[in-house]
Each structure stands twice: as C-alpha cells, then as structure tokens.
Design a protein around this ligand. Sequence first.
Ligand SMILES: [Fe+2]
Ligand SMILES: [Fe+2]
Length: 440
Amino acid sequence: MSELVAIAVVTSLSSARKAFSLYPAVHPEHSGALDSLVAAVATATGAGPCTLNLHLGRLYHESQVLANDAPGMRSMADAFESHRIESMTFNPGFTRTDATTLLEVLALKPSADLDVGLALEDRGVFGVVVQRLVEPDAAEAEEREEQRGRDRAMYLRLVTALRRINTQLGPAGSPSLGDTAVVVENLMARFMEDSAAVLGLATMRDASEADLFHCVNTLIYALTIGVGLEIPEEGLTALGVCALLHDIGKVAFNRDDPGQEERVRLQHPRVGAEILARMPEVDQAAMLVAFEHHFRPDGTGWPEMEPNYIAHPYSRIVSIADRYDRLTTSAPEAGGLTPDRAIVQLLREATADLDRTFARVFVREMGAFPVGCMVRLSDQSVGVVSAPGEDPLQPHVRLVYGPDGLTLATKTGTDLAGSELSIIEVVHPDDLRETVSDHL
Ligand SMILES: [Fe+2]
Ligand SMILES: [Fe+2]
C-alpha cells in the first residue's frame, strides 16, 4: 500500500472531523465527509488492516513517516497527541457507523480518564482499534505495581497458611503443613531475585492478626540471615518453615486475656515444641526452634537450660529475626525503634559468639538504613528506604513528601548515590502518621 493511500485516510479523517463539528448530521457536507472517510479506509484496507502510528509528534504508516505538509496531517497528529493515541488500526469492513462513532469519540474532550480505544470498544466498534500511548514511566510504574501485587499475594498466602494451621490445632483438627513449604520456596526464589522487594514486604502489619504477620516477617528476616550465611537452598526452606512456626505455641493461649501475657511469654516455647512434635511432617529443627528461640546463653532468656547448653543455629538465627521484628513493630511510646536503631540494639544484645556472628551477618545484609527506614533528606524531603545502595549511607529512597513538606502526587524513587542529597535523620513513621508498607 502506498504512502498516498495512508495520507488519504488521514486527510479524509481530518476533513470528517471538521465537517462533524461544523455541520449537523443531515447536512450534505457531513454525510459526504463520512462517505469519503469510509471510501479512503476501504481502499487502504483492501489487502488487510492499515495502521497509523504517532511517534515524536509525527504520523507514520507502519514504519513510513507521512508527509507533514499533506492536508490535515498536522491537525490529526495533534489529535493523536492530545488523546494520547499511539496507534490507530483500521480493519477491512470499516463501516459508516464505525466512522460516526470514531468521530464522536474523537470529539470528546481529551482527559486522563478518556481512553479512546476503550471508548470505541465500549460502543461496539471493531472496524477501528486504537492503542493508547503509554508513558515509559507509567509503563514501568504499572509493571512495578503488578509485581508488588504478586509479592503481597505471596506474603498473604503465608499468613493464610499459618491461620489455617492454627485453626487445625483446635481440639478436633489435625494440623498439616499443606503447601506451606512450597510458598516458602517461592518467597525464597523471589528473595534471590529481589531481596529488597521481599524485605519491603516485612514492613506489613495488621493489628488484628499481629502474631501471624510477625511470624511471616520473622521468616523474611531469618531468610536474610540464611542467605547471608550462604546456607544451601534446601536448608533455607527448612529454616523458613522453622521461622514461620516459631511462635506456634501461642495458639494454645487466650490471646485476648491480658492477664495471660506472662504465661504466654514464658510457656509458648515449650507448648510450641509439643505441638510440632505431633506434626510428623515437620522437621525436628522446627521443634527445636520453637523451644529455643527465646533462650539466651547469658541466662536472660527462657526456658532455663543447663549451663553450656548450645542452641541449634536455626534457633539463634530465628531469635535475631524475631527480635528485630519485635523491636521495629511497636509504636515509639511502647519502646518501638526505627530500623536503624533496632540494628544497633541487636548488636548490643548479641552476646554469645554465635549470636554475634549471626547478628553481624544480619546487620551487613540490612545496611545502616534498612529497607523500610523512613528518612529525611538534606533538602527536607522525606522518603522510605526501598533498597540498599553500594554505599551503606546512600540507599535508594522512595520519596513520600517533597522539600515543601507536601505529599508528592507521583511517588518517585531517588538513588542517593550520585545525588547531592544525603540522609540527615531517621523519622518514626508514627510521628508522621505514615504506614511504611504503603510506600514499598
Ligand atoms: Fe516467641
Ligand atoms: Fe516471635
């Protein structure tokens, strides 16, 4: 098909738009313009669909740029631009009704909500198909949003798995792991692909099911240490399941009774180990982790053990992961720390040699400003650390407030490496009434 045939489509479309806006439907100019458009499209689609594209303000037929000075060319390029149309494909069999509807839709006021392609589909037009122009940033943001949705769904599958196991632990139930290990494996695979995204998930909280969310977060932090220690994949899955089930003993207590709190705290390790002993498919390590995750060799933990008792390495890993989540979960008035302070606190608490080694691995993996840290930058803007940087002091930050203190309409990320900006302080999200996980 020659360039001239495509130009004829553009010219007749432009004339028909003009006639459509100037004359009533009964006017001969109006119907004549419609006939010309249908005829031009019929010629252009004789051998198959004909597509017009907009690229950098110019109209193209396939990859052939169309002469800019042809009649109607500029006005149609403008119309494509203002309606955010990337391409318009005319199909053989394009009818007068299709033409009328196309002109009606093109006469609508351009807006972010108007998608010409969808508007045509909604009106039952298939003789012409329009593809919306997607901004590169928008496409990237959309893809990120989709991946975020998938990641969150995976996290919530673990919450659901744990909720199901807890329910099955009732008097009549027979608890089973089901596909829990598979979901842990999937999470681990995603961690290998993008550890920052998975660490971002660990900022999720739900006050009504705090115990369940705590267990999934503990699993994520335990995996972080496991990966830092280069534990092989199979071991990581086992560690993940152990971490997920570490507080299972709490299910045996009435969590709504504040009077029971101390009993829960002291007894859930033993009760948890007993519960897991009744689940044959659960690795013996999980029992040990449930039993030992609050044990401290310096005598400050529980349950009490004989001197020189050495806890399983997984128990010590889970104990660090558990502690970090606890330290960062509470509100400031309840002693909750910002992630950077929690990291320092962990180092202070890690006394025994093995604990110290694992704590240091965790600190190395998390960085000075861990994912989820809310920070104020030197230009007074505020954001959330979304990924570590090469330099521990220059992580990647997703901005939430601009330098003027106003919420940003579009959340943009900034890499502190190579930027003039630096972190001047860490802020507690509660002080800004912000929920960190909304921004990760
Ligand atoms: Fe615990
Ligand atoms: Fe815990």
